[in-house]
Design a protein around this ligand. Structure first.
Ligand SMILES: [Fe+2]
Length: 583
């Protein structure tokens, strides 16, 4: 049906939407799927069944139900995912957010204006108790590369308004694309001032690279500048606990503002489940079977709180998160999952000298299927900038000052087979303009990607921008002695900064620009934003060239405030010793 604006309307026809959804998933045998997936997941996909019988069409709530805000994500040229979760009591101990064990009808609207005078799409979905009354509406029929506004209504309550944007048409020539990437938002370590500033930017997309939540109990992980907020409960293990941890983070107004301002594309690192876990193995001391139960709970809560498509509905302890997103012919994002399929860290994890396990070509950080998917995609991509959107440090980073090398076994340095295969493929196939974006390490870095990192004359085949944390590690400082020695030790590493913030990227056919946006502090609210450094990668000229930026004036450049490994090791030790480490 075509309305006067020329938009295709599915005008609130839930039944039609459900049928279309089911048809799209027609290749999956329903009974097989029901067996594989949790009841909640099946209910979400197939809509009907026993769940609709318990729908509350005109609910009333004990309090405002949209306290966790709204979000959108995984945009396409004609659609986007719209998210909210009904939770009038977000931290209710049973993890149900103060909602009944019944499905609740939620109406949604998409408009071209903020006042909703020009509504182009509307519909109804059912928020189900099996998925913590979260909704993930996959709207379609929108125009490419356009902003849209959306909101939800349940009973007589109306949500805040969110703004989102579709991607350009496939292959379209576009002059510019802007996104910011962020990671690591340990709630106790600081305020989310960076998100308040990010919400004011002019962006097409926000990319989150993981450590969206931290699993620890109160003050198990302490920032060098002290903790300024407190986690809602002990180290999280169960589904209600993971739900409530997400809910606590999501109540933050600055985080809500950034979600409401732009579509997000998210991937996880380790703390969404547990520090330094790999595939089915815990990072701490939990028995494997219990760890898998923990992983299943963590993945489900993650799905429930993120604007993800049905393709990411968890199936027990498994969840498909790697996927691709394109912006016309300008950019392609290969969103990787380097946690779920990786081999255990070499040499028992930690900082280690070169060792046979690290060098074993059979070991993998992506798993075989994802690596093939990535390389196949790079080979056929028509996009100018091929972004590897991922978690852990990709370039070699030698921590050993002077003779002898020391590498992090949790980063790509611990999985040389994987890194060599990817860089070798890029060199061999002449893949143009690969850019790796990274989180995890709570600091800003920039690096050239070398075929042989031990030879400074080896060709540069790509570029890596590592973004600092939103809050993890506390205030930080511009630099420190250890970081300076690492930069000196690694000539392909071009830049370090140890303050909090995010990286804003501006892409054009000519260049990929990265602006390192930093704050002087996160231990108090209201810090001003500053561009610490700007780097540019020119088309067909891999490597990061600094084009501007300077240290924040008025603050000590070198300060003992920067996080060392001590805080993280101590956090894991406290979590292992904690009263709930072996449930
Ligand atoms: Fe982190």
């Amino acid at each position: 049906m075509e309305n006067t604006d020329g938009f295709v309307s599915i005008s609130g026809n839930w039944e039609k939407w459900r049928i279309e959804t089911t048809n799209r998933l027609g290749s999956i045998d329903r009974r097989t799927f029901m067996k594989l997936s949790s009841a909640g997941a099946a209910a979400l996909i197939f809509g009907a069944g026993p769940f609709t019988e318990r729908v509350v069409a005109a609910p009333s709530f004990s309090a405002y139900p949209f306290k966790l805000g709204v979000a959108s994500g995984d945009p396409l040229p004609h659609g986007v995912v719209l998210w909210t979760r009904l939770a009038p009591e977000p931290l209710a101990e049973d993890g149900r957010g103060g909602m009944p064990q019944q499905s609740v009808a939620v109406r949604w609207q998409v408009a071209t204006d903020e006042n909703f005078s020009r509504i182009v799409l509307r519909g109804t979905v059912y928020a189900q108790p099996e998925l913590a009354h979260s909704v993930h509406v996959e709207v379609g029929g929108l125009h490419p590369n356009r902003p849209y506004f959306y909101r939800f209504k349940a009973g007589s309550e109306i949500s805040p308004v969110g703004k989102t944007k579709t991607t350009p048409a496939l292959g379209a020539a576009i002059p510019r694309m802007r996104f910011s990437f962020a990671s690591c938002q340990m709630y106790e370590h600081g305020y989310y001032t960076a998100y308040r500033h990010m919400a004011q930017e002019d962006l097409d997309l926000v990319v989150h690279l993981g450590d969206y939540i931290y699993e620890y109990g109160p003050n198990q992980y302490v920032a060098p500048t002290g903790n300024v907020r407190t986690h809602n409960g002990p180290n999280v293990f169960s589904l209600p606990e993971y739900r409530n941890r997400h809910a606590q983070y999501r109540r933050d107004r600055d985080l809500q503002a950034a979600h409401a301002a732009f579509p997000w594309v998210v991937t996880w690192d380790d703390h969404e489940v547990e520090n330094n876990y790999t595939d089915g193995l815990p990072g701490g001391r939990l028995p494997v079977e219990e760890f898998l139960r923990r992983r299943a709970a963590a993945y489900q809560a993650y799905y429930e709180h993120m604007p993800l498509r049905r393709s990411s509905v968890p199936q027990g302890p498994d969840m498909l998160l790697y996927r691709r997103l394109t912006y016309g012919n300008l950019a392609e994002f290969n969103i990787l999952d380097t946690r779920q399929y990786r081999d255990d860290q070499a040499a028992g994890d930690g900082l280690d000298p070169p060792n046979p396990e690290q060098q074993d070509p059979n070991r993998t950080i992506t798993g075989e299927a994802q690596e093939k998917w990535l390389l196949d995609g790079l080979a056929v991509s028509g996009a100018r900038w091929k972004v590897l959107t991922q978690q852990v440090f990709f370039a070699q980073r030698d921590f050993g000052v002077g003779d002898g090398q020391l590498f992090s076994m949790d980063a790509w340095d611990g999985y040389l087979g994987s890194r060599n295969r990817i860089l070798g493929f890029i060199a061999e196939r002449n893949i143009s303009n690969p850019v790796v974006i990274t989180g995890d390490v709570h600091n800003n870095w920039a690096a050239d990607l070398k075929i042989d990192f031990n030879d400074p004359d080896s060709p540069t085949v790509g570029t890596e921008f590592v973004g600092t944390s939103i809050s993890s590690g506390g205030d930080g400082a511009d630099t420190d002695a250890r970081a300076q020695s690492i930069v000196a030790e690694n000539p392909h590493i071009r830049f370090f900064n140890g303050q909090r913030g995010y990286v804003r990227c501006i892409l054009s056919p000519e260049s990929f620009r990265a602006d390192y946006r930093v704050l002087p502090y996160v231990s108090q609210r209201g810090a001003p934003m500053h561009t610490r450094a700007s780097f540019v990668v020119a088309d067909s000229q891999p490597g990061a060239q600094q084009v501007g930026g300077e240290p924040l004036p008025g603050y000590a450049r070198i300060s003992p405030n920067n996080e060392s490994d001590t805080e993280r090791i101590e956090a894991q030790r406290r979590a292992d010793r904690g009263p709930r480490s072996h449930r």
